[in-house]
Design a protein around this ligand. Structure first.
Ligand code: 4NP
Length: 156
C-alpha cells in the first residue's frame, strides 16, 4: 500500500501528515509507504516549514529530511490512496485525475473522522505556533483512525 498526503505548499501540513502516519505505521503490523506532495510549486525543493519541524520534533518525529515537491499525474500510478488536507486541494487533485480509477484514489483526509463532513486541516501558514499544534493534533487523530482502518481492512 502506498499513501500520498497532499496540501498546497508541501511544507506545513502534508509533511506533518507524512511523518505522523509513517511513525504510527512503524508501530503497526500494517506495512505501507507514505510520501507527500503539494498542489502548488511555490516551495519546491524547500525543507518543511520550521514551525512544522519544531512541532514534529516536540512530539518525537523527525521531518528534517523532507523536501517539497509538486504532485504530478504520475502520482496516480505510484500511489493507492491520495489524501487531500482541505477541500480546495481535494478539487485540484481531482482535476488532475485522468480517469475514474485515478479519481477513486482521492480522499479528503478528515473524512476518516467525519465521513462527508467536509472537514479541513486548516492552513497554518499565516498562523502562529498554536496553529501548528492544532494541526498536529488533528492530523494525529485522523492518522490513528486511518491506521485502524488499514489494520482492519476497512480502507480499500
Ligand atoms: P501547506 O501550507 O499547504 O500546509 O504547506 C502553506 C504553505 C505555503 C503557502 C500556503 C500554505 N503559501 O502561500 O506559500
Amino acid at each position: 500500500m502506498k499513501i500520498l498526503m497532499v496540501c498546497l505548499g508541501n511544507i506545513c501540513r502534508s509533511p506533518l501528515a507524512e511523518g505522523i502516519l509513517r511513525s504510527k505505521l512503524q508501530k503497526s503490523e500494517f506495512k505501507a509507504m507514505v510520501d507527500s506532495a503539494g498542489t502548488s510549486s511555490y516551495h519546491v525543493g524547500e525543507m518543511a516549514d520550521p514551525r512544522s519541524i519544531e512541532v514534529a520534533r516536540k512530539f518525537g518525529i523527525d521531518i528534517t529530511d523532507h523536501r517539497s515537491r509538486q504532485i504530478t499525474r504520475r502520482d496516480f500510478d505510484q500511489f493507492d490512496l491520495i489524501y487531500a488536507m482541505d477541500n480546495s486541494n481535494f478539487r485540484n487533485i481531482c482535476n488532475l485525475a485522468r480517469n475514474e480509477s485515478d479519481l477513486a484514489k482521492v480522499r479528503l483526509f478528515l473524512d476518516v473522522i467525519e465521513p462527508g463532513g467536509m472537514l479541513e486541516v486548516p492552513d497554518p501558514y499565516y498562523s502562529g505556533k498554536d496553529g501548528f499544534v492544532n494541526v498536529f493534533r488533528l492530523i494525529e487523530k485522523a492518522s490513528d483512525a486511518i491506521v485502524d482502518e488499514l489494520e482492519n481492512n476497512i480502507i480499500k
